[in-house]
Design a binder for this molecule. Structure first.
Ligand SMILES: NC(=O)c1ccc[n+]([C@@H]2O[C@H](COP(=O)([O-])OP(=O)(O)OC[C@H]3O[C@@H](n4cnc5c(N)ncnc54)[C@H](OP(=O)(O)O)[C@@H]3O)[C@@H](O)[C@H]2O)c1
Length: 331
């Protein structure tokens, strides 16, 4: 039986923010499929994560060609769920994918050439069973390909109807300024930038957010919870079902140091004074940035998504609270 979506899913219009100066609105929280949607993951859980998100009004699902493992399998999983449960709701969904990291053997399987990007987009569409995605990203800047070529490929994807909007990810402030100019000249504006941004990763504050605001580009912050560090997950060791324990490709146990956990504990205590969990406060903190349209969360459990949506009840920070956070982060 296909899922019947909750009739209350759009009852909170404050859940959506305009993406830069585009016509596109995104939910304040979007769900990323980097982890927990691969061929080796529990399909029933992956399905539950997507459907609960949609029922809560989260209309945006973020993928990339290489998400899995194995690479590509998250797109296959998502395509299956889409066909079985959400086919009638395609026009309510914003589905993104990206190309740029290693996906197949040989010289065209990664980076930012026209050959690589457009071939990868065709592969992603085939895996998901879609005629188009809503957003197609250059996943990372390519130092060896002219930016004109990479942006030309994004513009071509949009003009050919295989993507509705173009975006970039992991581009510096300077690279974003040039990319925005090139895309504007091509008539297919850069609508969105996907940088890593959380309390422990502040690089976008040093130039990128100014560029996004000036250029009218929306920002969607990836890893807003620092892969789970900025939650109650690691307050008392490394649980067996956590990312650091069972899939430590990117969040390695050695990243979870005593000084870091000490800071996390103090942040957790501060969150409690706001009536929030640490995850909720961390998401509200990311969303306080005017340049940020959406926080792009991951989740391994439905309960995490429900808790994270609860963050939206209190997005305001007193000046003293922000100062306390800075003091804790500074150690
Ligand atoms: N553009 C890029 O280069 C790039 C790079 C990385 C990610 N991304 C995107 O960003 C998305 C999110 O990345 P991410 O998964 O690292 O994001 P994240 O939100 O920082 O971390 C998600 C992890 O935090 C834990 N978590 C979430 N909510 C929780 C809660 N309420 N309580 C306790 N733990 C909670 C879960 O860990 P457990 O699994 O331990 O439960 C979950 O898997 C990706 O799926 C992808 O779409 C993009």
């Amino acid at each position: 039986m296909p899922h019947v979506p909750s009739p209350t899913r759009y009852h909170n219009p404050a859940l959506y923010r305009r993406c830069g100066r585009s016509g596109l609105q995104l939910p304040l929280l979007s769900l990323g499929l980097w982890h927990n949607f691969g061929g080796d993951d529990d399909f029933a859980n992956s399905r539950a994560l997507i459907l609960r998100s949609f029922d809560l009004g989260l209309t945006h699902f973020d993928l990339a060609n290489n998400y899995g493992p194995p690479p590509g399998s998250a797109e296959i999983t998502f395509g299956k769920i889409l066909r079985a449960d959400l086919a009638a709701h395609r026009d309510e969904l914003i589905i993104s994918t990206k190309a740029g990291y290693l996906m197949w053997d040989g010289p065209y399987g990664e980076w930012g050439s026209r050959k690589s990007l457009l071939a990868s987009l065709d592969q992603s569409l085939a895996r998901m069973g879609l005629p188009y995605v809503d957003i197609f990203y250059s996943h990372r800047p390519d130092p060896d390909t002219p930016l004109e070529e990479t942006m030309g490929a994004l513009a071509h994807a949009v003009r050919s109807g295989k993507a509705l909007y173009a975006g970039v990810s992991n581009y510096s402030a300077e690279q974003t300024t040039r990319a925005a100019q090139l895309l504007r000249d091509l008539g297919t504006p850069c609508v969105i930038h996907q940088p890593k941004y959380h309390m422990f990763e502040r690089t976008p504050e040093h130039g990128l957010f100014d560029v996004l605001t000036r250029e009218g580009i929306g920002g969607i912050a990836f890893c807003p919870l620092a892969q789970g560090l900025l939650t109650n997950r690691y307050l008392a060791g490394i649980p067996a079902d956590s990312r650091a324990a069972h899939d430590p490709r990117f969040l390695k146990p050695e990243h979870i140091t005593d000084p870091k956990v000490a800071k996390i504990r103090r942040l957790d205590a501060l969150a409690k004074t706001r009536g929030q969990s640490l995850a909720q406060m961390s998401l509200a903190w990311v969303l306080r940035q005017p340049a940020i349209t959406s926080a792009l969360i991951g989740a391994s459990k439905v309960s995490q998504i429900e808790e994270n949506v609860g963050a939206l009840k209190n997005l305001k920070f007193a000046t003293e609270e922000l100062a306390s956070i800075e003091a804790i982060l500074a150690g």
